[in-house]
Design a protein around this ligand. Structure first.
Ligand SMILES: [Zn+2]
Length: 239
């Protein structure tokens, strides 16, 4: 293929720019935060599910404590009231006896309620402690994700900027090349994962490193200054 040495320099320059774009894109793809954020989001989801259960347990335990507290308050007023009535019955034996029986019943129920409330309080404390731990883990994950997102934004922003600048810098070498060379370059780049050019060094291709047979070598030297590597199909610069 025909090309002047200036055009070959421009092709090399184009390839240098394209390699830097490829590298920035790869770096962008491989920024570690993406996977780290995904892993944390997964943990967060599991935690949210645990939180729903913990919240149910907490509400149930709290309702139980409230119920027992109310019942005890009711019993307490009943106790006071019954005691007042005993005091007011002025020795009426039958009334006092019936009221005392009531009073005993109320006292026994209060004992049972107190015992149940002690257990319910413990359950509520346990539920509160689980809930607190989950909430604090949720806050921790959220702040870790925020930090990672910020780092990702910053690093990906820099890489995007590099890519934009490099894409703009392609114009200069492209302006000095003709359509045939640009077309050959683009096709080779598509074929070869973005790296279109290679060079012939003695008898091998510098990119794919394969040795070129003597008869092929003759043809390649005849094609100079540009040929095609028989192995990787890149444009081979023959100087
Ligand atoms: Zn090659």
């Amino acid at each position: 293929m025909e090309a002047t040495s200036e055009q070959i320099d421009l092709l090399m320059r184009l390839q240098e720019i394209d390699r830097s774009i490829l590298k920035s894109k790869k770096d962008l793809e491989e920024l570690p935060q993406r996977a780290q954020i995904a892993a944390l989001r997964q943990k967060q989801e599991l935690l949210d599910q645990k939180n729903i259960k913990a919240e149910d347990l907490y509400q149930e335990a709290k309702a139980n404590v409230d119920r027992l507290t109310c019942e005890d308050e009711r019993l307490e007023s009943k106790q006071t009231l019954t005691q007042q009535r005993i005091d007011e019955s002025q020795g009426d034996f039958r009334s006092v006896s019936a009221l005392s029986k009531d009073l005993d019943g109320v006292a026994k129920r209060r004992e049972t309620v107190a015992f149940e409330k002690e257990k319910a309080d413990k359950r509520l404390h346990r539920a509160e402690s689980i809930r607190r731990k989950i909430h604090s883990a949720q806050r921790k994950f959220a702040s870790e994700i925020k930090e990672l997102e910020e780092a990702f934004q910053e690093q990906s922003g820099h890489l995007q900027e590099d890519i934009t600048k490099a894409e703009a810098a392609r114009k200069k070498p492209l302006n000095g090349l003709n359509e045939e060379l640009i077309d050959a370059y683009d096709r080779a780049a598509r074929r070869c994962g973005g790296v279109a050019l290679s060079e012939l060094h003695s008898n091998h291709c510098t990119v794919c490193r394969s040795l070129i047979e003597p008869n092929r070598l003759l043809q390649i030297k005849h094609d100079a200054p540009l040929s095609i590597c028989p192995s990787c199909r890149r444009i081979l610069v023959v100087r």
